[in-house]
Design a protein around this ligand. Structure first.
Ligand SMILES: *Cc1c(COP(=O)(O)O)cnc(C)c1O
Length: 432
């Protein structure tokens, strides 16, 4: 029996897969809000090639040789592993596979898009990238990618996370990232907030405003995003294409595929190549998107036009949203606290191709602990959401006797998240 299905460097995908070419209905375009023209300022903020990819309808977009080589040098393809220990613990006839994006040097799938975005920026003569980071995974990935491309990188990190996760900051600094606690005195937005509230804890919305202001202040500086946008998911589709090859080798057809959803990038990246087959009518596979009960965007949000950020700076996007003023409770899965959702994931949920699920914080950490005990790997709090639902599905199989093949995208490791695990273990974690 094969516990780990490994591919070779040569198996890294040569193209990204763009689901815009196969969507069952047309994707609603972004809109300007009344009296404003946010769409025409996008080229001042974003890297041109990324903007072009955002709206492309080409089914396959070639991965530049340099980007593909960096994927290979930095650990792609990642293994697909069988969670045999977990299956035995659950005494289930189901087979559980997990795709190990935690083996990336920065600890999550985020590097797949960071490398691509930094590459296109460099090619267009950009000298500096800015971004915001909440939990720190995206800031870490972008710091490394910028350093590999010899670009400057400035990361505005939400102050509470900055204070809670000092080691994240150190990792970014090792990669030469300039990290500021946001609100910072680097920008007008930040200085104004600090003047009024010197000990402001910060928010993703404020950090976005600071990173965008920084990008707008200089022609050679561009802003990047680590999730939500279509081009970010596009870059992540290397994951799903590898899973396809690995399942062929294992001679498995997936029945249930599961990923957590924050902005939708690890979900779309790992599952869009499979959802394509469902749209064509070639598979009955179920696609489960798992989110925190505290931030149930797909499960309870409204499918409507809303801003991508809290300040109302971005164009309006047609998506599932809890409202751009929604403030999620500070669950430990910082990557899953976004009020909106990628527009393609939203459309596919609306058309019935994706089934959302929610899970509460303590049951999610209990699932992560069980996984760690059985398989050794400690999942990120975000990843725990997908594992929780995989365990639920495997337990259903025990009841029904079905030998389903369940595939989980293991988006990242939890080795920087011991504050969350610590509070789970000492019983002080709040359930929500
Ligand atoms: C950022 C992150 C997520 C959530 O973002 P998506 O864009 O929805 O994938 C999930 N897991 C990990 C480990 C992350 O770093």
């Amino acid at each position: 029996m094969e516990y780990k299905i490994e591919l070779t460097s040569d198996d890294v995908a040569k193209n990204w897969y763009n689901i815009n070419a196969d969507l069952p209905v047309e994707l609603p375009a972004p809109k300007n809000s009344e009296g404003k023209d946010q769409i025409s300022t996008l080229p001042d903020i974003f890297v041109n090639e990324c903007l072009a990819q955002e709206f492309s309808t080409e089914r396959y977009i070639k991965i530049p040789t340099e980007v593909r080589e960096l994927y290979q040098r930095l650990g792609r393809p990642t293994p697909l592993c069988r969670a045999k220990g977990l299956e035995e613990k659950l005494n289930t006839p189901a087979k559980i596979y997990y795709k190990r994006e935690d083996t990336s040097p920065t600890g999550s799938h985020k590097l797949n898009s960071a490398i691509a975005q930094a590459y296109f920026a460099k090619k267009e003569g950009v000298e500096k990238l800015t971004t915001e980071t909440g939990a720190g995974q995206w800031g870490t990935a972008l710091s490394l990618a910028a350093s590999l491309m010899d670009l400057d990188c400035t990361v505005y990190m939400v102050r509470v996370s900055f204070d809670q996760k000092p080691f994240r900051k150190t990792i970014m600094q090792l990669y030469d990232g300039n990290v500021y606690a946001s609100p910072s005195n680097q920008t007008a937005v930040g200085r104004k907030i600090l003047e009024e509230t010197p000990d402001h804890p910060g928010s993703l919305g404020i950090a976005i405003s600071e990173a965008v202001e920084d990008a707008l202040s200089d022609e050679k500086t561009k802003y990047t995003l680590g999730s939500v946008l279509n081009h970010v998911i596009l870059h992540q589709t290397v994951i799903g294409q590898e899973i396809q090859t690995q399942l062929e080798i294992a001679e498995e057809e997936p029945d249930t595929m599961i990923a957590c959803v924050g902005g939708g990038s690890n979900f779309g990246g790992s599952l869009f190549p499979f959802i394509k087959e469902k749209i064509k009518g070639n598979t009955d596979c179920e696609f489960l998107a798992v989110e925190p009960s505290a931030c149930p965007t797909l499960s309870e949000g409204e499918y409507t036009y809303d801003f991508g950020d809290e300040v109302g700076f971005t164009p309006l996007l047609k998506m599932f949203t809890l409202g751009h003023n929604f403030v999620a409770p500070s669950v430990h899965a910082g990557g899953l606290r976004y009020h909106g959702m990628n527009t393609q994931v939203s459309l596919l949920k609306n058309e019935g191709y994706i089934t959302p699920r929610t899970a509460h914080q303590t049951e999610v950490f209990a699932a992560g602990k069980m996984f760690a005990k059985c398989e050794g790997v400690i999942p990120a709090p975000e990843t725990n959401h997908a594992i929780k639902v995989a365990i639920d599905e495997a337990q259903k199989c025990k009841q029904t006797g079905e030998e389903k093949t369940i595939v989980v995208n293991f988006s990242g490791h939890g080795l920087m998240d011991f504050k969350g695990y610590g509070s789970f273990m000492d019983g002080s974690m709040e359930d929500c």
